[in-house]
Write a protein that binds this ligand. Structure first.
Ligand code: 5RP
Length: 222
């Protein structure tokens, strides 16, 4: 099976976690796009979705799925999103699509996080994928130095030759060379550096369930 087919497989499998009558939290990325397409087949059974990005909002609306603001909804039963890396404990690196801040917000208001990913995303330890960190632009140079002190090399993410601007009007640093041996402690530490909006380690908001697309079908990891 191709990677695209594996993504479609887990996108479809995630429908079993959507409770009819409940608003669903929706992440961002190519795997989630497959989930959104599958969700459209049961749109008459749900009031709508809370979305984690401008891109997912556009896709949901184009398929006729109403989108609610996060502030309009107290709690969501489920949040469904992809990952750039996931370990056996459900800790993840996210933010490859630059949507990490809103993803963490929607995950935090959801009772369960269902991660959908193809098997290439499963790792023994987080850190091979460049860690995305959303930052306030005036703090960029100092944060690059702070990551260097941890042994990491941070690069400002560019789009069309200029700094990429997130849905929140901020920038993204991608950091390589980090050893993330304790994801919970790492997330807590980096999150309190002035100028960091969100670090792309999801340990406090880890996955409750991971649906992993493999050549022999969908594996459910809990
Ligand atoms: C976006 C994300 C995505 O979930 C992550 O990048 C995985 O994306 P894809 O499903 O396209 O591989 O965190 O900010």
């Amino acid at each position: 099976m191709t990677q695209d087919e594996l993504k479609a497989l887990v996108g479809q499998a995630a429908l079993q976690y959507v409770t009819p009558g409940d608003i669903v939290g929706v992440g961002t990325g190519s795997t989630v796009n497959k989930f959104i397409d599958a969700l459209a087949t049961m749109k008459d059974q749900i009031p709508g979705a809370v979305s984690s990005s401008v891109a997912s909002t556009a896709r949901l609306k184009a398929l006729g799925i109403p989108v609610f603001e996060a502030n309009e909804v107290a709690e969501l039963s489920v949040y469904i999103d992809g990952a750039d890396e996931i370990d056996a404990q459900g800790h993840m690196i996210k933010g490859g699509g630059a949507a990490l801040t809103r993803e963490k917000i929607v995950a935090a208001q959801s009772r369960r996080f269902i991660c959908i990913a193809d098997e290439s995303k499963m790792v023994k330890a987080l850190g091979a994928f460049p860690l995305p960190v959303e930052v306030i632009p005036m703090a960029t140079a100092r944060l690059i130095r702070q990551f260097a002190a941890l042994g990491g090399k941070a690069h400002l993410r560019l789009k069309d030759g200029a700094p990429l601007v997130t849905d929140n009007g901020q920038h993204i640093l991608d950091v390589t060379g980090l050893q993330i041996t304790d994801p919970l402690a790492f997330e807590s530490e980096v999150n309190q550096w002035p100028g960091v909006v969100t670090v792309g380690v999801f340990a406090h908001q880890k996955a409750s369930v991971c649906l992993l697309g493999t050549s022999s079908g969908v594996k459910t990891l809990t």
